[in-house]
Design a protein around this ligand. Structure first.
Ligand code: ADP
Length: 274
């Protein structure tokens, strides 16, 4: 019964018109090849403020490549990635010529788009607390005291406050991933990207990470999540994007995309994974 109440609370907290409002991230006509292989083909996607977009689809369909372009970790051959209307990683001069942005500008944009990786990527030689304060302090966004207070608040939010002085090797994978989420939040990103955040975890540790993500969604964080966790996608996502062969072959709210798509490839995928 508790579960039902929780789901209802989440739904009530996130009552919204699906996929409408201010566009934070816009992907337009994206094309990307690795050598001869086309990995992204005519990809178009808008991410709206406060929504959770889940990207699903078979292995090798381009999900990770797509989410990496949103942070300029992956370059594109054609098309645009825009953050609040500005091109990510590029700029257009008066004559319409597209050029690469200077590194500092790319770094500034990247700061506004947080990323949580499959394999946590914490700094191994630093305490949990230092993992969170390093970037905000060294980039001059906060002084030591402010960064420490903010880090403590965020660690509390992900249930890791008691572990602030530990090192990553002393933590389970689920705990490391929760710290990695807090570290991404410490930069106060406008959007948080998750690339299969639970796929490197032992099954019994998946739930604690999904719970943290669910709470973030409830708080109104804008999130894009590549995931194989269909229950999570169904419950938390406002919008689901299905990729196959480098294309978005369908997108829509969970109930129509997961349960009622007319696309046979999606129906057969759903039969395999659920
Ligand atoms: P997914 O996340 O859906 O599993 P990926 O985006 O990881 O898909 O990969 C899409 C395709 O691009 C795959 O065929 C993969 O082998 C290929 N690919 C991904 N990264 C690279 C790379 N750095 N160099 C060459 N091919 C790559």
């Amino acid at each position: 019964a508790e579960h039902v109440d929780e789901d209802e609370a989440l739904r009530a907290a996130r009552e919204r018109v699906p996929h409408e409002g201010d566009v934070v991230l816009r992907i337009a006509d994206l094309e990307k090849s690795f050598g001869e292989a086309k990995v992204l083909d005519e990809v178009n996607l808008d991410v709206h403020a406060g929504e959770v977009v889940a990207i699903i689809g078979p292995s090798g369909s381009g999900k990770t490549t797509l989410i990496r372009t949103m942070n300029h970790l992956e370059s594109v051959d054609d098309g645009r990635v825009e953050l609040d209307g500005e091109l990510v990683g590029y700029r257009i001069d008066g004559s319409g010529k597209v050029t690469e942005q200077p590194d500092a500008a790319v770094a500034a944009q990247r700061r506004r788009v947080g990323m949580v990786f499959q394999r946590f990527n914490l700094f191994p030689h630093m305490s949990v607390l230092d993992n969170l304060t390093l970037a905000p302090v060294s980039l001059g966004l906060m002084n030591e005291g402010e960064a420490k207070r903010e880090a403590e608040r965020l660690l509390d939010k992900v249930g890791m406050a008691a572990h602030r002085d530990k090192f990553p090797y002393q933590l389970s994978g689920g705990q490391q991933q929760r710290v990695a989420i807090a570290r991404a939040l410490a930069m106060q990103p406008e959007v948080l990207l998750f690339d299969e955040p639970t796929s490197a975890l032992d099954p019994e540790l998946v739930g604690e990470v999904l719970e943290v993500m669910t709470n973030l969604a409830r708080d109104g964080m804008t999130m894009v999540v590549v995931t194989h966790e269909m229950k999570f996608a169904r419950k938390v996502a406002d919008w689901i994007v299905f990729m196959d062969g480098g294309r978005i072959i369908d997108q829509g709210p969970p109930e129509s995309l997961l349960d009622a798509s007319s696309n046979e490839r999606i129906r057969s995928f759903m039969r395999r994974v659920t």
